[in-house]
Unconditional design. Structure first.
Length: 284
């Protein structure tokens, strides 16, 4: 098996790979929270050649259980295994995932899920589709079906140590970063969830601070400075509203060469389903 690739790939590198014998599986992960159907509509209008569509709600999340799960619970291992089979993803074949202009919404979630399943040959297109279009590279329209769907389900090596749950957060009290904006962290506004605030002891690091105006990840040293709280031997973890943009922090930490924090996948929307769990407000 090939060595684990760097977490990011640029547009020209992906273009070269698509013309090689070691063609990657490419997943278009565009998703718009307020318009769930808009991501697939954008994909049908234009996407990178050979890309298949990965829907955050249908493919990268499981069923929501009111009062129990967060808004984007992880898919079951069985369901995600079947989806990898449909996409034609194996341990041996490289995978590239992309979003519109960065990995903030669903591309980082796809990257994290694949690695959680033990798929190591996965990279995120730095700058996303916007970077691809800026290079004048080829796109196509319509749905792209995998011509490499597997006859059998792939054998996966699940990495459960990448996760942390609410009870573990309460007991272990790791260094904890919240990927939401400061206003939501502070409880000053809450446009999505029924309760405002943050998990006690968390620090706020909005995921939007980790990319530049073009949606490209900041240089490694700048990322390391932004994520300095993770540069520790203590246990670390990240969360957000529903376990999606928190993956952006994990990706950035990996790009920066820092220890990988665990993901609280249920995140704030799950935390608040239990009224016994403490909450805090304020910017400190």
């Amino acid at each position: 098996m090939s060595a684990t690739p760097p977490p990011l790939i640029n547009a020209q590198q992906l273009c070269q790979q698509l013309q090689s014998s070691d063609t990657p599986v490419v997943l278009d992960c565009r998703f718009f929270l307020q318009q769930p159907a808009a991501g697939q509509e954008a994909y049908m209008t234009e996407h990178i050649v050979r890309a298949q569509y990965a829907d955050l709600d249908q493919h990268l999340s499981g069923a929501v259980r009111a009062g129990v799960t967060g808004r984007h619970p992880l898919p079951s291992k069985e369901a995600f295994t079947r989806q990898l089979q449909q996409w034609g993803i194996t341990h041996e074949r490289p995978v590239v995932v992309y979003d519109q202009n960065n990995a903030a919404m669903a591309a980082a979630r796809a990257w994290w899920l694949l690695r959680y399943a033990g798929i190591e040959q996965v990279q995120v297109l730095d700058g996303g589709l916007d970077a691809w279009l800026a290079e004048g590279l080829a796109t196509e329209t319509g749905e792209q079906c995998s011509d490499n769907a597997l006859a059998e389900e792939p054998k996966l090596n699940w990495q459960d140590e990448k996760l942390i749950n609410a009870q573990q957060l309460l007991l272990k009290k790791p260094v904890l970063l919240d990927a939401r904006g400061i206003e939501r962290f502070a409880g000053e506004v809450e446009p999505i969830d029924p309760v405002a605030g943050h998990i006690p002891g968390a620090q706020c690091l909005p995921f939007t601070e980790l990319v530049d105006e073009q949606g490209m990840f900041l240089p490694q040293e700048q990322l390391k400075e932004k994520l300095s709280a993770l540069d520790t031997e203590a246990a670390t973890a990240v969360y957000c509203g529903s376990g999606v943009t928190a993956c952006h922090l994990i990706l950035a930490a990996t790009v920066a060469g820092l220890p990988e924090p665990r993901l609280y996948a249920g995140s704030w929307s799950e935390w608040i389903t239990d009224s016994i769990r403490p909450i805090e407000t304020g910017r400190e």
